[in-house]
Unconditional design. Structure first.
Ligand code: ADP
Ligand code: MG
Lengths: 249, 327
């Protein structure tokens, strides 16, 4: 296996008596899509939060690009190149689509404390933002107010903003949710190519997408990873079939 | 031209034209009234950066207004009595020069905003409102109990401070000074809102998580915005004190904070000229209704309630409607 870009070691997080993350170990390696599946409430979003920096674990560590980032804030991790998309879109809804993408470009560029020139006239920011909107197929909507976008378009915009960071790894929480068959298929194709740019840790409910995309799959149940393996391994795994795919083994 | 830009130009022209007309008609009181509008609008433009752009509901902006006022009062009173503020380790003398007073007011209120914002921005929502209010009250009680500069009675300045080449005692000339400052700050505020910093601060108001996820720390954005906001309101405080040739603890009172906020909300939160419209309507109501009834605040209250319930964009929002900028 190639070198791990992102690795989670022995991570634990409890909410009272509930163990939402229970000694989780996980690697994301160059060029791969690592899918994280599991039933509702298994702790997938909680795990993503801890990886991205939005929530501190009780114990264990997160390493990114060989560096222990467990104590780093979300912005610091983003600056290192960790891009995240949300299960529930987190966008500046009153801003235009282009402005949201430019915000990402601005964060990546790092020169935030500029008070005079118009952001909209910053060639470098515009260029990056437009390119990424084009890549996700939102170029036509650049001038639209973000709150006017359809649900699916908002998901696309989330991905575009993540792209503007030129990240070293993506962490995506259910990007296909609510996209519909056609949208899912399009995003599946897009993500399939994207893994060459940076590996993707993909939380997803859409099993067709997961089986089509994943190089590896980890199964999370009650905060524990009960299996990690290839698509074929996971399909065949008796515990997985019982616990998650809801079949009698 | 966008409809809002047209309204802004009309407002700017109106605020200039009215006192010029009053000058021709020899109505100095109306010039003074216009000067009040310009100065209070300036205070509101300051708050609007925190409130409109940053979403920071500060009920403590009187602190900056008052610091600006006292910067003027203290410097001018020392100049008046020829007693330096400080002799060692180095000499600091008072001054009657407006530009120096403005600079001191801006720096002092900026430092206060750095301190107040630095602490209160660690909280949010209603806690932030209460902490900023508490800081404002601290300054209020401090100014009351500080006898060196008049304590409760405040501090009078006999002659208005000077500006090179102008006669500041002439109402129209003093108005023009305030007006030019207001326009300059509006120009700056407009640039600020569209700058990369403005883009980020505005996004942090809408969704802090979004901003963090692209590698920007909302706290730094907000603190910077809060400091800029406080500096502008501080400058307005210095002008206000000069207009009245008097400073008193009431500049620090929570009612002052409330009034500055009313200008912004009345005129339209986050609208560039919102505070100008708000301050103009406020002063007009105070002048007209105040003459009819002592309880004119009731009408103001009804108006505010109506705006908050039915016209969130305030006066400017209602007139200009909702438009997305297509960049
Ligand atoms: N902030 C929180 N406080 C308390 N319980 C939480 C919190 N966040 C998540 N949980 C609980 O942790 C469990 C895992 O949630 P989550 O990570 O959202 O699951 P998933 O994304 O796999 O559906 C759920 O039982 C949820 O109710
Ligand atoms: Mg989830």
């Amino acid at each position: 296996m190639t070198k791990a870009i992102l690795s989670v070691r022995d991570l634990c997080k409890s909410f009272g008596a509930l163990k939402a993350t229970d000694h989780v170990n996980l690697d994301l390696c160059t060029g791969e899509i690592h899918a994280l599946i599991g039933p509702n409430g298994a702790g997938k979003s909680t795990l993503i939060q801890q990886i991205a920096g939005g929530m501190a674990p009780d114990s264990g560590s997160v390493h990114f690009l060989g560096q222990d980032v467990t104590q780093l804030s979300t912005p610091k991790r983003a600056q290192l190149g960790l891009a995240r998309t949300f299960q529930i879109s987190a966008l500046a809804m009153e801003d235009t689509v282009l402005q949201n993408a430019m915000l990402g470009a601005l964060g990546a560029q790092g020169h935030v404390f500029r008070f005079f020139g118009a952001a909209s006239k910053d060639r470098a920011l515009r260029e990056v933002a437009k390119t990424m909107l084009e890549r996700v197929g939102l170029a036509d909507m650049a001038g639209a107010r973000t709150s006017d976008l359809s649900h699916g378009q908002r998901r696309q915009l989330e991905v575009a903003v993540a792209l503007t960071l030129k990240p070293r790894a993506f962490v995506m929480d259910e990007p296909m949710a609510g996209l519909g068959a056609e949208g899912s298929a399009r995003l599946t194709e897009f993500l399939s190519d994207l893994r060459q740019e940076a590996p993707i840790l993909l939380v997803e409910h859409d099993m067709d997408a997961v089986f089509a995309l994943a190089d590896r799959i980890s199964v999370l149940v009650y905060g524990q990873i009960i299996a990690t393996g290839s698509v074929a391994d996971i399909r065949a795994h008796p515990d997985v079939r019982r616990a998650y795919l809801g079949e009698d083994a | 031209m966008r409809r809002e830009s047209l309204i802004n130009v009309l407002l700017a022209a109106g605020l200039l034209g009215f006192p010029l007309w009053a000058y021709v008609m020899n109505e100095p009181f109306l010039i003074t009234l216009s000067t009040r509008v310009a100065i209070l609008a300036l205070a509101g433009v300051g708050l609007n950066i925190a409130l409109g752009l940053g979403g920071l509901v500060s009920l403590g902006h009187a602190a900056f207004f008052g610091i600006g006022g006292y910067a003027m009062g203290i410097l001018a009173s020392h100049a008046q009595s020829y007693a330096p503020l400080m002799e060692s380790p180095f000499l600091i003398e008072g001054t009657k020069s407006m530009p120096i007073i403005w600079l001191v007011a801006i720096i002092a209120s900026g430092l206060a905003a750095l301190m107040i914002g630095g602490l209160s921005l660690r909280t949010s929502g209603v806690y932030f409102i209460m902490i900023t209010l508490a800081f404002g009250q601290m300054f209020f009680y401090f100014s009351i109990s500080w006898p060196a500069y008049g304590g409760e009675d405040g501090l009078s300045i006999y002659v208005r401070n000077g500006f090179p080449g102008l006669n500041t005692l002439d109402p129209i000339q003093f108005f023009l000074i305030c007006y030019v400052l207001l326009v300059a700050v509006l120009f700056f505020a407009n640039r600020l809102a569209q700058s990369p910093f403005g883009l980020a601060l505005n996004a942090a108001r809408q969704n802090a998580m979004r901003v963090e996820t692209v590698g920007i720390t909302p706290y730094q954005l907000r603190l910077t915005g809060f400091v800029i906001s406080g500096m502008i309101t501080g400058l307005a405080g210095a002008l206000f004190a000069d207009l009245n040739r008097f400073v008193s603890p009431s500049m620090f009172s929570w009612q002052t904070s409330g009034e500055i906020m009313i200008f912004v909300i009345l005129g339209g939160t986050a609208r560039l000229f919102g505070p100008v419209a708000g301050a103009a309507v406020f002063i007009a109501l105070e002048h007209i209704l105040g003459g009819l009834s002592e309880f004119w605040h009731i009408y103001l209250g009804v108006l505010l309630l109506g705006i908050v319930l039915f016209a969130r964009g305030g006066i400017i929002g209602t007139l200009a409607g909702h438009e997305v900028r297509h960049d």
